[in-house]
Write a protein that binds this ligand. Sequence first.
Ligand SMILES: NC(=O)C1=CN([C@@H]2O[C@H](COP(=O)(O)OP(=O)(O)OC[C@H]3O[C@@H](n4cnc5c(N)ncnc54)[C@H](OP(=O)(O)O)[C@@H]3O)[C@@H](O)[C@H]2O)C=CC1
Ligand SMILES: O=C(O)C1=N[C@H](C(=O)O)C[C@H](O)C1
Length: 267
Amino acid sequence: MNKIKIILAGPRGKMGQEALKMIEETQHFELVAAVDSKNDGLQVKDLSGAPESMEAPVYDDMENCIQAVEADVVVDLTRPDIGKKHLELALNHGIRTVIGTTGFSNDDLKRLTALAEEKSTGAIIAPNFAIGAILMMKFAKEASKYLPDIEIIEKHHDQKLDAPSGTALKTAQLITEVREEKSQGHPDEKEDLEGARGAELEGIRIHSVRLPGLVAHQEVIFGGVGQVLTIRHDSINRTSFMPGVRLAVESVMNIEGLVYGLENIME
Ligand SMILES: NC(=O)C1=CN([C@@H]2O[C@H](COP(=O)(O)OP(=O)(O)OC[C@H]3O[C@@H](n4cnc5c(N)ncnc54)[C@H](OP(=O)(O)O)[C@@H]3O)[C@@H](O)[C@H]2O)C=CC1
Ligand SMILES: O=C(O)C1=N[C@H](C(=O)O)C[C@H](O)C1
């Protein structure tokens, strides 16, 4: 079996370091290069937190990297503005891509879906790679059919750049597929302090907490008459995401077009 040749963008990041370990431990994966804006010309093994055995070149620019190296899949774990740029570049070169980076708007998704189709190239954008988080979203969608008054509280470490989280947005989007838009709370409610009621997506309130000590957590709270249901997921550490990254890399080899959400490729 041929190994899947991977370019990883963001190898020094919290997710990037875990992904390097996962790639090293996966026999049918091979890291062929990394993209790191600050370490052009080094070897991956020289980067802080990288496994010592990883002999692959580092490029500071995705375009140069794609032109220099033969790869099957680009995996991006960087930051919102860069993830979009890398996906567009990879698609334009006809290279399959797995994006874990969050911060994609609906307009971004529409534009990139059209580009993936035009280039007949597979791409997966996964707002959350953790199986438990996918189940939380699935169960929340189901519960919303019966308990349509919903608020989402997502909690993350304080280095996170985007708010709300990609997971919260995806959860709300899945719920809107089965729930009519509805306004919640008292019709005359008013915020005495701006933002007190959180962000709003088709009537669903989303609250973002950012604190040191947190990793990635979400509660979807359903209110009914005389009862409250809470569906909660916690990523205790970033190894929780790695089986999902592995699955996405394997799956993207066999798809055409852009898939948004790991639930679409899970059996
Ligand atoms: N889908 C999922 O399940 C998950 C998604 N995420 C998302 O993944 C992304 C990364 O998260 P995390 O690892 O925690 O973040 P980190 O900030 O720890 O890592 C991001 C890394 O990207 C690097 N980077 C920035 N610009 C570039 C560039 N132009 N080229 C290459 N690398 C670059 C940064 O380098 P420098 O420090 O030098 O700027 C940094 O090392 C975020 O968008 C986050 O929301 C996170 C966890 C799970
Ligand atoms: O930035 C993070 O850490 C995470 N980002 C993703 C998101 O925005 O939902 C996934 C997970 O929550 C961790």
